[in-house]
Design a protein around this ligand. Structure first.
Ligand SMILES: Nc1ncnc2c1ncn2[C@@H]1O[C@H](COP(=O)(O)OP(=O)(O)OP(=O)(O)O)[C@@H](O)[C@H]1O
Length: 685
């Protein structure tokens, strides 16, 4: 204390220093000391704490969130978030703290037709939580930089430890746990063209390969090829070949292209990254960025590749990207392309074929991914796109064959497991036995017996027999597998009846198709007729408008349109004039007929010219109404019976002058001679 007093004595002594200055010095010293001690303390703490950051955009965040959601610590925490939504990308069937588990409901899997939702407890945002893990206290902070966009979360985990072993153990454990739960799921990511980046879109249950029925060997070939590719990274590197492989699945809709890809992803344990080339805002740069950021081991799926081509994906701005021959063959598609091209500008999609090709195998394209492209119209693809190197394996999908019909039937209905030879039940007799579930049994008793639905379990023999009968009624290559599946779905509890009724169904489907085809043809014919009528109407309206504008108004058009009755009167007058003109024309024609009975060259130059408007090239429009109106405006409004001839002659002179200027080349030479008489002869001729 004495030493402290001695330290402050120069300031406290009344040695002439003002008190204010003393205060400033003391305050400044104390603040500096505070800051220095805080910094030393944080440095001291940091030297003991290890901190790991996890970003939402990357997998470890999902592992940790999934792992955290299973920690019982949240049950005791005073602040946490409760969610039934996915935890990160997971949406897994995690069993969480279980605090909200209703024990009465354990037996009941479905609640009012909806599957019971799992509840997860996760760390709340912007709060620091402490949980105990393997002898260490973990400080966990979850933050969200962009809450308005629904992403941008990050996780910070700090622990007091000498080295980062504990954090490594934590991440590995979380990863294993996550992968165990994700074992039966395939994650789907969709391309986001706005930013551009990949967005997690959900996790789907894996589909067993056995549920896909294709011609023998196709599935095995594809699976073996994919596996071989994924294991040959070094082989590709040694030979300098880009480590990529492309598969083009083409064929009729509903034949299993997408299902096969889904199934392969499950079998190979890969995620699927889906790009829709026709999505809004898709451009060359966006696609290149997206393709460059797919992880190395994944399936990249370009769905409905041809759809991009109806939107004018092209090497140059004018081409449709369709090969010339194919373009000719697909005139309808070209129409669609034209329509789609019109929309291209409005929706901001500026994708070109060269952009697509660059993104597939350009310098920035990712390696190690399996590219799958599907299309229903292979003929619309540019050969550059489907050449080997980009699409190495092509698989054609057709309508269901009889073999596939039999296979899909067998996939659909449950079969009693084959019995061990020599077992008590196997008496070797040929009579098929079927175990039929009693529909009156309650769901609880059925469950206890391992059944989920009231479906008869068929024996192997009966299954074979029914499947064969079913296939024999299905015509080869006429129905898609999807439509067969639709029929089986409708009869999922009646395998036998479904076989009995299949011929009837085939017939009704054919009739329905015929009906739809007929309706479509009628609709198209009607649309064509309507379009023709509309065009005709527009033409007539345009002609009427021309007539209106040809008749001079006594006032500016803007006033005329305001004074509607005046305009109407004008129109009426114009109509009357036209009628008068028609009458005069008819009269002239009659006169001409009389004069034509005289010898050639004897036609008087004063005879009324029969078809004057015909030798005056119409001012701009070729419509008769306009021509009539033009001639009408040239001629005086004299009576056609007396002064009409003179008036017409005057008109013809004017016409002659005009004709010299706008002389049509195909006019007979006699007209251009300037001889009036020749002229009339020529006109008559
Ligand atoms: N070969 C098949 N094996 C098993 N199921 C199939 C098969 N083909 C189609 N399906 C069934 O039909 C439905 C539609 O199949 P999918 O979507 O895979 O067809 P697609 O060929 O991709 O059709 P699209 O070309 O219209 O996209 C799915 O529910 C699938 O189960």
């Amino acid at each position: 204390m004495d030493s402290f007093k001695r330290l402050l004595s120069p300031l406290t002594a009344s040695n002439g220093i003002p008190d204010t200055l003393k205060l400033v010095v003391i305050g400044g010293t104390m603040e500096t000391a505070r800051r220095a001690s805080a910094s030393v303390w944080s440095g001291f703490v940091d030297s003991f704490f290890l901190t790991a950051h996890f970003n939402q955009e990357d997998y470890p965040y999902d592992w940790l969130m999934h792992w955290l959601s299973k920690q019982p610590a949240w049950g005791r925490s005073r602040e946490f978030e409760i969610t039934t939504r996915s935890v990160g990308r997971g949406s897994l069937n995690q069993s969480t703290t279980g605090d909200l588990e209703d024990e009465d409901d354990v037996e009941e899997d479905l609640v009012h037709g909806r599957r019971k939702r799992k509840v997860a407890f996760i760390p709340s945002v912007d709060t620091t939580h402490t949980i105990y893990y393997r002898g260490h206290w973990l400080r966990i902070t979850r933050t969200n930089k962009y809450p308005q966009y629904g992403h941008g979360c990050s996780l910070k985990i700090s622990v007091v430890a000498r080295n980062n072993d504990i954090l490594k153990k934590l991440v590995l454990e979380a990863k294993k746990d996550y992968e165990k739960d994700a074992e039966h799921r395939v994650h789907i990511f969709m391309a986001d063209t706005t930013y551009p980046c990949w967005r997690w879109n959900g996790a789907r249950q894996k589909r067993p390969m056995s549920s896909i029925v294709l011609q023998p060997g196709v599935k095995d070939m594809l699976l073996a090829d994919c596996k071989d590719f994924l294991n040959s990274e070094e082989w590709y590197a040694e030979r300098g070949i880009p480590f990529r492989r492309g598969y083009l699945l083409h064929g009729v809709p509903g034949s299993g292209k997408t299902s096969l890809i889904h199934s392969l992803a499950g079998e190979l344990g890969l995620d699927i990254y889906v790009v829709s080339l026709s999505s809004k805002g898709m451009s060359d740069n966006t696609l290149i960025t997206l393709m460059g950021t797919v992880p190395s081991r994944c399936i990249l799926l370009l769905e409905d590749l041809d759809a991009a081509f109806t939107r004018s994906v092209s090497r140059d701005s004018t081409s449709t990207g369709t090969p010339a021959a194919a373009a000719a063959a697909t005139a309808t598609a070209a129409t669609t392309a034209a329509a789609a091209a019109a929309t291209t500008e409005t929706d901001g999609s500026t994708l070109s074929l060269s952009g697509l090709l660059n993104s597939l195998d350009g310098v920035a394209a990712a390696e190690g991914r399996l590219l799958f492209a599907t299309t229903n119209h292979i003929e619309r693809l540019d050969p550059a796109l489907s050449r080997p190197g980009r699409m190495d394996v092509w698989v054609n999908f057709t309508h269901a064959t009889k073999w596939q019909a039999e296979g899909i039937f067998k996939c659909f209905f449950p079969q009693k497991p084959a019995q061990e030879p020599g077992s008590d039940d196997d008496d070797g007799l040929s009579t098929p036995t079927t175990e039929v579930v009693n529909p009156l049994e309650t769901s609880a008793t059925l469950k206890s017996r391992g059944f989920k639905h009231n479906i008869p379990i068929l024996t192997e023999q009966e299954m074979d027999e029914l499947a064969k009968r079913f296939a024999s009624s299905i015509p080869e290559d006429e129905f898609s597998v999807a439509s067969l599946q639709g029929y089986l779905l409708k009869n999922k509890t009646r395998p036998r009846e479904c076989v009995d009724e299949v011929a009837e169904w085939v017939q009704s489907e054919r009739e329905l198709r015929e009906k739809l085809k007929k309706e479509k043809a009628e609709r198209e014919a009607k649309e064509l007729k309507d379009a023709a009528e509309k065009a005709q109407k527009e033409k007539e309206e345009a002609a009427a408008k021309e007539v209106r504008t040809a008749a001079p108004l006594p006032f500016p058009p803007c006033i005329g349109s305001l004074l509607n009755p005046v305009v109407q009167k004008e129109q009426k007058e114009t109509k009357e004039k036209l009628e008068r003109k028609e009458r005069s024309k008819a009269k002239r024609a009659a006169q001409l007929q009389t004069s034509s009975s005289q010898p050639s060259g004897a036609i008087s130059p004063f005879s009324p010219p029969p078809v004057i408007p015909a030798i005056i090239p119409p001012p701009s429009s070729s419509t008769t109404a306009e021509a009539n109106a033009a001639s009408d405006s040239c001629s005086c409004d004299s009576d056609v019976t007396s002064g009409g001839v003179e008036a017409d002659t005057e008109e013809s002179v004017t016409s002659e002058e005009e004709t010299d200027a706008n002389k049509p080349t195909e006019l007979p030479t006699a007209i251009s001679s300037g001889n009036g008489q020749d002229k009339w002869v020529a006109v008559k001729a």
